[in-house]
Each structure stands twice: as structure tokens, then as C-alpha cells.
Design a protein around this ligand. Structure first.
Ligand code: GLA
Length: 486
């Protein structure tokens, strides 16, 4: 079922008490006003398939129980008033159609604005009403568990429901993947699709263009455990992420040019693969035979493609916000985006691009995702070992070829393996955040005790010990978005 259905009343689930308290808190914050609806969007843990969604390849995450919940009431004007149950996040407000979004400002609700804008873009003729919103979040921030995308999805869903707009889940996921780019990162669509389309009990194979989900039943007897490296990366404030996206695009375009294709119109490795009619493995071989191992400069790439550096920047590296709208979005602060673009160009001219290693990661990881799904669907006795091995290979590739790990994540995944995990890897964008490990159910307790002692309690970094309890949790495939009328 693709439409978002609306339950009557608070759903009976482990969150019931939390939701009731949220309603009471809302009334306190907004002077006795009764909230009308509750929307919930979960985070996700990616089991395998890192940094390949924006290259057009399938990924295999599952939703987690941790989520972002909004309770809200529509307003008569177009003012959005927003507060958070966590009082370290200051309440704020903005006017629909008249606000700016910035990755440079640190307002916690910048991502909420992205979601509101996403609905505004999709229904431009609709005079969107504002709302009073109270947010409650349980997803650790900057941990690779998609707290930002869950906030975007929750915001878009809240805006749609407050305005009586019906939107399908797939549409919502695609819209949210586009509008999250307003914050400045050129992510793919995994996080938003996982949040919108997850079904309780199954992991999911997400494919793009068109967005499609296949349920993946995880083998009986295995558990997935999330552990936090206790280092954080703010994706939006970091250039690492966008540079990786650029590297994949530039590698793709050099390869397209080498085969006399119209390289300007081919932006993702998956598009190149289709244009050449190759398998992923054949494309990998062609890429490794064609690209040199040393980093490329922009001058060299421009020469190869017979354009000037400025032309190359404009064709290949310009951040495209919301497809057609490019730098000028409705209600989006253009000078700020231009500033981001100028910073981007300056940075790009100095930047060296590691094309060979990056594309090798992308294509080998794309294959590992398909193998992971095949192993889940098979009946072999050593399924868990095979899945674990694929996860270990994935981490190694992320760490060595894609360079999106960190010392802490490498240390943590090593400790997880020593503690009995069959496989362990970073999850999400990386450069900090969480790891996910595959553990036999019967070893779960010993695993958790061992990781707790080795990584947290007995670490030289004494700050880790106090956070041990909240930093390790087993997780099952949770359900996607839902809405309840209060
Ligand atoms: C972030 C992005 C996703 C994906 C992952 C890395 O979470 O939002 O689209 O690219 O990083 O796999």
C-alpha cells in the first residue's frame, strides 16, 4: 500500500505512553491548544551498500525503532511555530514561502524547513497553511542513523497532513530526497526511502530510477547490533560528502568520454553501465583499465574532456538543487546558495580527485549488495558467515578505497569482530558515527559485554565509559512512517 493511511487515535504500541506525554507537552507549550495529528518517521541502519545510492545503485538498509515524532495543529496563517521536547533546542518560527535554508546556520530545524519546502515545491499553487509543531526525537544525531532525513520526512508529512494533501509514500520519499539537497549535501535517496517505505520485520532492497522496494527476510538466528564510535560528523557542514559525489561523477564522465558517449548527459555510474550495456563487473574492469591510480587535478580532467576548468565546474560540479530550479528555489535564499556555490568552485580548483579508488569501491559495493540479497534468499548452512564476510569487505572498501571511515570506526569494527561479530562495518555516511555488526543470536550477550568492556569501559579515552550504556543496541527491522489523528 503506497498511500499514507491515517490511524484514528494513538496507535497501540510500545510508544503509547510517550505519545500521550507528547500531547500533554504540546498543550503546555501552545497554551492549551489541542494537537490534531501525530506523524512519525524512523531512522535507518544501512546493512550494506554505502555511498552508492547517489551513483544509482541499490542499497540494503532497514528502519530502526528510533524515530522523529511531530505532534501538531494547523494554523490559520502561514507561520510555522516549532519547538522541541529537548530544551537544548530553542523554539523558533518561520513563514512559509519566505524563509531561507542554510547549512551554515545551526538552527536545529533547518532540515524541517527542507521538508516544508519540498511540499511547497510539489504543490506550488497550494496556499500552504502554517502549523504549531512539537518535535520529539530519539535517533542519535550525526551518528549515521539518518536523523536528518527522518526530520525532513516528518516535516514533509506534517505539512501535507496539516494541509489535507494526500501524497503516496513513494512520491513522498522521492520528494524528500530532492528537497533535502537544499541543505547543501548531494545525498542519494536511501534514507528517505527507508523511512517512508519500511515494513516491520523485513530489511529492504531499495533500487532507484524508478524507486522500488523489495522486502529482504533476514536469516533466522542472526542479530544486528549498532555501536556508536562516539565521534560525530555533521554531513551538511562537511565537504567530504559532496567531494565523493563529485569524484564519482567525474570518473563516470571520463569513462563515458573514453567510449565516445555524450559525457555531459551521463552523471552516474549506473547510467554509464546501462549506456554501455555492461555488467557491473565488466564496467569495473573497464574503469580500472582506463583510470590511473594517481589523483586527478581539475586541469587534467578538463583537458581530457576538452573543456576549460570553468566549463567543467559548471557542467559537472555545480550543486544541482531540486533539478530544474538549480540555484534559485522558491523561498530559498539565493545569495546563500550562491555563496555556497562560490566556495564550492574555489575548493574544487584546489581539490585533487581520487577517481580510480572511488569507482572501484562503488562498483564492488554495488555487487556486494546484490550478493547480500542472494545470500539472504538462499538456504545454505553458512549464510551468516557469508553475510558477515560481505560486511567486512564493505567496511574495508569504505575505509581503504572510499576513505570514509575514521580511526575510531576502524578500531570499533575490529573490536566487534574480536568480540564475535561475523561481520562489522560502518553504517551511513561515515567519517564518524555508528557501526553495525552481524552477530549470532546466541552470542549476543557475550558480544555486547565484550564490546562494552573493550571499546568503552577500558578505553584510554575516559569519556567513552560514561556513554557505554546508550551506545550499544541490538536492532530489528522496524516499520516506516505513520500518521495518527489525535
Ligand atoms: C547519507 C546519505 C545517503 C547515502 C549515505 C551513504 O546517509 O544521505 O543518501 O549516500 O550517506 O551511503
Amino acid at each position: 500500500m503506497d498511500t499514507v493511511s491515517i490511524a484514528d487515535g494513538i496507535p497501540q504500541n510500545p510508544n503509547e505512553e510517550r505519545f500521550k506525554q507528547l500531547v500533554e507537552k504540546f498543550k503546555k507549550v501552545y497554551n492549551g491548544i489541542q494537537p490534531q495529528f501525530l506523524c512519525r518517521a524512523p531512522g535507518r541502519v544501512n546493512l550494506i551498500g554505502e555511498h552508492i545510492d547517489y551513483c544509482g545503485y541499490s542499497v540494503l538498509p532497514m528502519a530502526i525503532d528510533q524515530d522523529i515524532v511531530a505532534v501538531f495543529a494547523a494554523s490559520d496563517n502561514n507561520e510555522v511555530e516549532i519547538s522541541n521536547t529537548d530544551e537544548s533546542f530553542q523554539a523558533g518560527s518561520f513563514t512559509i514561502g519566505k524563509f531561507s535554508i542554510s547549512y551554515e546556520k545551526s538552527d536545529w530545524y533547518e532540515y524541517f524547513k527542507c521538508g516544508v519546502q519540498g511540499i511547497h515545491d510539489k504543490f506550488p499553487d497550494f496556499n500552504l497553511k502554517g502549523m504549531k509543531v512539537l518535535i520529539d526525537g530519539t535517533i542519535p544525531r550525526s551518528a549515521g542513523l539518518s536523523s536528518s532525513s527522518a526530520l525532513v520526512v516528518c516535516a514533509a508529512l506534517t505539512t501535507a497532513i496539516a494541509n489535507g494533501i494526500t501524497i503516496g509514500k513513494t512520491d513522498l520519499a522521492e520528494r524528500c530526497a530532492e528537497c533535502e539537497k537544499y541543505i547543501g549535501t548531494q545525498g542519494g535517496g536511501m534514507d528517505q526511502a527507508a523511512s517512508c517505505l519500511a515494513r516491520s520485520g523485513s530489511a529492504m532492497l531499495i533500487s532507484f530510477n524508478p524507486l522500488k522496494i523489495q522486502d529482504v527476510t533476514l536469516p533466522v538466528g542472526c542479530a544486528f547490533v549498532v555501536t556508536h564510535s562516539l565521534t560525530e560528523l555533521n554531513k551538511a557542514a562537511s565537504d567530504h560528502f559532496n567531494i565523493r559525489v563529485s569524484e564519482c561523477r567525474l570518473a563516470t564522465q571520463i569513462l563515458a568520454h573514453a567510449k565516445n558517449l555524450d559525457w555531459r548527459s551521463i552523471r552516474k555510474p549506473s547510467e554509464l553501465q546501462i549506456a554501455l550495456g555492461l555488467t557491473i563487473t565488466e564496467l569495473e574492469k573497464f574503469a580500472l583499465d582506463t583510470l590511473h591510480k594517481l589523483p586527478y587535478t581539475l586541469n587534467e580532467i578538463a583537458d581530457l574532456l576538452s573543456v576549460t576548468v570553468d566549463e567543467l565546474i559548471s557542467i559537472s560540479l555545480k550543486p544541482n538543487v531540486n533539478r530544474g530550479i538549480e540555484l534559485v528555489g522558491i523561498g530559498i535564499d539565493t545569495p546563500l546558495l550562491l555563496k555556497a556555490y562560490i566556495r564550492f568552485c574555489v575548493l574544487k580548483k584546489k581539490q585533487k580527485f581520487e577517481l580510480c579508488n572511488r569507482i572501484k569501491h562503488v562498483l564492488s559495493e554495488a555487487n556486494r549488495v546484490l550478493l547480500f540479497k542472494q545470500v539472504c534468499d538462499s538456504n545454505t548452512h553458512d549464510r551468516l558467515e557469508k553475510l558477515g564476510e560481505l560486511m567486512n569487505q564493505s567496511h574495508n572498501s569504505c575505509s581503504k578505497l572510499y576513505e570514509c571511515s575514521s580511526n575510531e570506526l576502524d578500531e570499533l569494527t575490529d573490536i566487534c569482530r574480536q568480540s564475535g561479530a561475523l561481520g562489522s562495518r560502518l553504517t551511513g555516511a561515515g567519517w564518524g558515527g555508528c557501526a553495525v555488526s552481524l552477530v549470532r543470536e546466541e552470542n549476543l550477550h557475550t558480544f555486547i559485554t565484550s564490546v562494552r568492556d573493550k571499546f568503552y569501559i577500558n578505553s584510554k579515552d575516559t569519556k567513552r565509559a560514561v556513554k557505554a550504556e546508550q551506545s550499544i543496541f541490538p536492532t530489528l527491522p522496524g516499520c516506516g512512517i505513520y500518521v495518527a489523528r489525535l
